[in-house]
Design a protein around this ligand. Structure first.
Ligand code: EAX
Length: 322
């Protein structure tokens, strides 16, 4: 018996298995594997695998193969999914404190949004997750959202008026888009391509990297660079998983998430630089000169209601963040 145990230990050591078995974590996201989400998730997984000497690795489930973002967040809470790389779209329904970052025209540009989310105030929002059965490893990025549709070029809100547009399951967005005159139709992402193709909705809004990776140019004629809202994203996991990790492994996960964020943001930059010309090549009619001032003033009634919900000071603190 003793000899057997010794032999087994020797074999394990030789195979580099150590005392702990290997765990495969499931990570899901809605865009394609080639998207910014795929780039970020791959770095996250590679860094976790490297940092834990292969004790943890992942299997990726891209393209909504495990469902929409709301469903995947619920799966993380339940423990049937380990990590989700998700936009904040449905997150406010789980962690209400996050809703404020989805206000249209809140962030001026990428630099403003990234620096705010990385600041103490942005990081403080991440502490609100554990009481909801979630752990936010880091902010990451989806991008500034732009409108596409199959009916007409949108320059000003009057052009968008009456269009039926798929939105995320996000009340803050829906309220703002109603103020633009749009008819918002909330829908999980995996259904969007089909809904556009069949004409169940006229349009949708998403960042350039999502429009590219989802091949929306096949089913949408017009793209307007409205940049009407910044769409943050998050790497979410569960307290159940994190509590199993040693302190050293926890650090590996957080460090991995930081590197993943940098990679995901870099891919957003690249898609912003090259993607618009690419979408034009694929046949889209791109409106670059949008009447931003008209969209901002159309937002006024929604802004009044955001002010009531979130407080003028709290909104201003984000807008004025330097
Ligand atoms: O997170 O649902 C959406 O429109 C999101 O922007 C997309 O799935 C990426």
């Amino acid at each position: 018996m003793k000899t057997w145990r010794l032999a087994a230990t020797a074999i394990c050591a030789a195979m580099g298995l150590g005392a702990q078995a290997q765990t495969t974590l499931k990570i899901g996201y809605t865009p394609a594997a080639t998207s910014h989400y795929g780039v970020g998730s791959t770095v996250l997984c590679d860094e976790i695998e490297k940092g834990t000497q292969g004790r943890y690795k992942c299997q990726q489930f891209p393209a909504g193969s495990l469902g929409g973002e709301r469903e995947m967040i619920e799966a993380v809470q339940l423990g049937t999914l380990d990590i989700v790389n998700t936009s904040t779209g449905p997150v406010g329904n789980f962690v209400p404190e996050v809703k404020i970052v989805d206000i249209p025209f809140l962030f001026r540009d990428y630099d403003h949004a990234r620096r705010y989310l990385d600041s103490a105030a942005g990081q403080d929002l991440l502490t609100k997750f554990p009481s909801k059965g979630l752990v936010a490893l880091a902010w990451t990025e989806n991008g500034f959202r732009h409108m596409t549709n199959s009916k007409r070029a949108i320059v000003k809100p009057a052009d968008a008026a009456g269009l039926k547009m798929r939105t995320m399951e996000n009340k803050v967005h829906m309220e703002g888009y109603k103020a633009f005159g749009i008819q918002p139709t909330p829908m999980a992402f995996p259904e969007v391509f089909g809904a556009l193709q069949q004409g169940a909705v006229d349009g949708q809004e998403n960042p350039i990297p999502v429009i590219l990776a989802s091949k929306f140019s096949q089913v949408q004629k017009h793209l307007s660079l409205t940049g009407h809202v910044y769409s943050p994203a998050l790497y979410l996991t569960s307290p159940r998983l994190m509590n199993k990790l040693s302190e050293a492994d926890k650090k590996v996960f957080y460090e991995a998430a930081k590197k993943a964020t940098a990679a995901q943001r870099k891919k957003v930059n690249e898609d912003e630089d090259n993607g618009i010309a690419q979408l034009e090549k694929e046949g889209m009619n791109v409106v670059r000169k949008v009447d931003g001032a008209a969209f901002r003033s159309a937002l006024a009634p929604a802004m009044a209601s955001y002010t009531k919900e979130f407080g003028a000071d709290n909104i201003r603190k984000i807008q004025d963040f330097k």
